[in-house]
Design a protein. Structure first.
Length: 255
């Protein structure tokens, strides 16, 4: 339903008004509850954990409000070695999920198998759908949802194996810091929850030196992380690395 209406909402500049309408309420609620990585027992709240602490938040599944902290439930109680974050897996059999989550379908031409991979919602601001919507700033959550990448759903852990897994980062900053939150730490951590531990990581950042970058890389990633202290090219005709060509030439179809 979002896709059916997004062009008109964009034209009217009424995205927030419509997302928060009674017509869209159940879609938004299902979307948000699906993103939760923790469901504490005996609590109406669920949590969305993020490796970047400033981007994690809580959602009340009863009154449908948001919070960054709770007085009677600390983040240390929610997220611990005994309560690890769970993968985000939209239940494919639910019709409402098919209407809410944007996705790609891949066809294995050899086996005929169709493989689904979720992508960011094709709605709103290409962030969390409510990132710029009032009254969220009054709840102290507006900035958090601006930074949150919880709307990006990794491939589902399905037992599907790949000969090799790659991660290319076109503006990486350093491993554990960066504008809007560190991308390398985020994607390696969250994708690992879904069973993908990248074999090859390649990153580009023109404002960071090589020595400075590698000093931030965890030991277990250093032998598979390759850094370029340079900017990438925006087209094949300009100087620098043009990532689409690099990916095409560096990987195999089955990766």
């Amino acid at each position: 339903m979002w896709l059916q209406n997004i062009s008109q909402w964009e034209k009217d500049r009424s995205i927030c008004e419509n997302l928060q309408s009674s017509e869209q309420a159940e879609y938004l609620h299902k979307f948000q509850t699906t993103l939760c990585t923790h469901h504490p027992l005996a609590s109406a709240w669920c949590a969305v954990d993020d490796p970047y602490a400033y981007a994690r938040y809580l959602y009340n599944t009863v009154d449908r409000t948001y919070a960054t902290n709770l007085p009677d439930l600390s983040w240390e109680d929610i997220v611990s070695p005994s309560h690890p974050p769970q993968p985000v897996v939209p239940p494919p059999e639910e019709d409402i999920i098919r209407q809410v989550f944007s996705r790609f379908y891949f066809l294995d031409e050899t086996t005929g198998e169709v493989y689904t991979e979720y992508i960011e919602p094709l709605v709103s601001h290409l962030r969390h759908p409510l990132a710029l919507c009032p009254p969220l700033p009054e709840w102290g959550i507006g900035r958090v949802l601006m930074l949150s990448r919880s709307f990006v759903v990794p491939p589902p852990p399905s037992g599907r194996s790949f000969p090799k897994t790659y991660y290319f980062d076109a503006g990486s900053s350093i491993w554990d810091d960066g504008g809007g939150g560190p991308s390398l730490k985020y994607f390696t951590t969250v994708w690992k929850r879904h069973g993908i531990d990248f074999d090859h990581i390649e990153a580009w950042e023109g404002t960071v030196g090589t020595e400075e970058f590698y000093a931030t890389v965890p030991d277990n990633y250093k032998n598979r992380t390759f850094f370029h202290s340079e900017y990438i090219a925006s087209s094949p005709e300009t100087n620098g690395t043009f990532l689409p060509l690099l990916i095409l030439n560096s990987t195999d179809k089955e990766d």
